[in-house]
Design a protein around this ligand. Sequence first.
Ligand SMILES: C[S@@+](CC[C@H](N)C(=O)[O-])C[C@H]1O[C@@H](n2cnc3c(N)ncnc32)[C@H](O)[C@@H]1O
Length: 264
Amino acid sequence: MLYDKTIGHPTISKYPMASSYVQKFIKSWINQVEGEVLEEVYDSLSVALSQPSSQIGYKIYTFDGGAHYLATRETVAMCSKGTTGLQTWQACLAMCQWATENCHIFQNKKVLELGCGVGLLGGVISHMCDQVTLTDHHQSVLRAAQHTLDINNINNGNVSPLDWTRIGDVEDEVDVVVAADVVFDRTILPHLVKTIKNKLGSPTGRDKVAYVCSTIRNKDTYNTFIEEINDQGLAIDNLDVSGLKSVYFSGTDVIRLIKLRLTI
Ligand SMILES: C[S@@+](CC[C@H](N)C(=O)[O-])C[C@H]1O[C@@H](n2cnc3c(N)ncnc32)[C@H](O)[C@@H]1O
């Protein structure tokens, strides 16, 4: 699944994957496969094991039953260059899976992503929507997101700086706001919610909506987020993501997906 879509691809095949990622992927694949594993798979594992470990490399994700694939350049470390945005997180993977199962939400829409990281979610949604803008506040993250758009030939996407503590950087009208794994720092939550509210509130008369997917690491932090949403007067719907299945996320994390609207 990882290789057959990418070997020989004119752009993606020239970018090396981090050897630690290749090892982890093949080991996990061998553990999950039912039946006999081809000898070539073990050969690939021994090649990966013999290579020096690299901290950054390319990952290739397939979505929608393999109909689409997307490459990103990511770090192995959770935090690098002072940001957590240089690798893809579980809530993002869950949200990508959810998006592919609910692509009607994005059809003919202008989408804005907050805290985009390397740009996997925005890249996946670009296949469904009219236009997508990937935003973040960190320069290295913005460069990584732009690289994702470039190597995947995504022409209906763009990258723009947007810091939740400085509302107003992206002026374009949007229909749908998305964000994955952005609930981690209590002090920044009022700014995050204010940014979402601001993007839902600009005057077009269109029905705007925001979707935020989170891994619940700390219940108090998540509850603070929900309280902030209530305090700022947004309506919340909890969406059921218990049935989501993907080869990419482990299923051990507790994932929540909420839909937000302005109350009238
Ligand atoms: C845990 S990462 C999640 C990245 C990506 N959404 C994912 O799930 O893989 C959090 C992201 O939020 C961004 N972020 C943190 N504080 C921010 C702020 N004040 N304004 C905009 N983005 C911010 C970080 O740069 C990082 O890309």
